[in-house]
Design a binder for this molecule. Structure first.
Ligand code: SAH
Length: 220
């Protein structure tokens, strides 16, 4: 399936999109370049399609949300992805974050518990010729043991704590970013670095994500 036909964003819209990223602290040139090259338009379908270039989270299918572009930028920046990296994303959602990562990394594995979201994201990756992303249906809190270890791990749903299996699947020298928090309202994005001796944590910014839930979704 091809993305819904839609006009390309105007140069002015593109400039405003990039300006919002910069003004919220996305300054890494490689990240800005990757986000300039991935049109957010096709990742927002239906009612909210017209708002794809605004710096806000928007509803997608299955009651989930596509993250705010500046949060995508800040998380990607915090991940310090290099062109040799194998990255795991937990929470494919619309596929937008995975598409941005695909411009920066060697290979991206992205898992979601909603089969429908994975199917639709796969179709988009194919239509957009993003051949280095593998989208998988599953419970990402267990990680992806068959592809571990990973250079980078990004979790785009909020957990109470960084899930143990994900920590275990991070390479030494690797980085993980994950929103943590006990409630929907108060969450903090944290960065975890794995060293020879253990894990180092730092707090980055307050965020608001949908929760990381256990098991596969039943409703597609
Ligand atoms: N990164 C996405 C936004 C993610 S929204 C984007 O760019 O659009 C959070 C996603 O996490 C939802 O799609 C939800 O289904 C998924 N999710 C929640 N718990 C999960 C789990 N245990 N395993 C995999 N995916 C999960």
């Amino acid at each position: 399936m091809s993305p819904e036909p839609r006009p390309d964003p105007t140069p002015e819209t593109r400039m405003q999109f990039l300006y919002a990223l910069r003004s919220r602290g996305v300054t890494d040139a490689r990240v800005l370049d990757a986000m300039e090259r991935v049109d957010r338009g096709p990742f927002v379908r239906g009612l909210f399609a017209g708002r794809a270039y605004e710096d806000m989270p928007l509803p997608i299918a299955c009651g989930q949300t596509i993250s705010q572009p500046s949060v995508v930028g800040l998380m990607t920046q915090a991940l310090q992805v290099s062109a040799r990296d194998k990255v795991l994303e937990v929470g494919t959602g619309s596929g937008y974050q995975a598409a941005v990562l695909a411009k920066l990394a060697r290979r991206v594995y992205s898992i979601d518990r909603h089969p429908r979201l994975v199917r639709e994201a796969r179709e988009l990756f194919e239509a957009l010729d993003l051949t280095n992303i593998t989208a998988i249906t599953g419970d990402g809190s267990h990680g992806l043991p068959e592809q571990a270890p990973f250079d980078r791990i990004i979790v785009t749903a909020a957990a109470e704590d960084p899930p143990g299996p994900l920590l275990a699947q991070l390479k030494i020298g690797g980085i993980m970013v994950v929103p943590v928090g006990q409630s929907d309202a108060v969450q903090t994005l944290i960065r975890v670095r794995r060293t020879e001796d253990g894990f180092e944590y730092d707090e980055l910014l307050p965020v608001r994500f949908v929760p990381l839930l256990e098991g596969l979704a039943r409703n597609g």
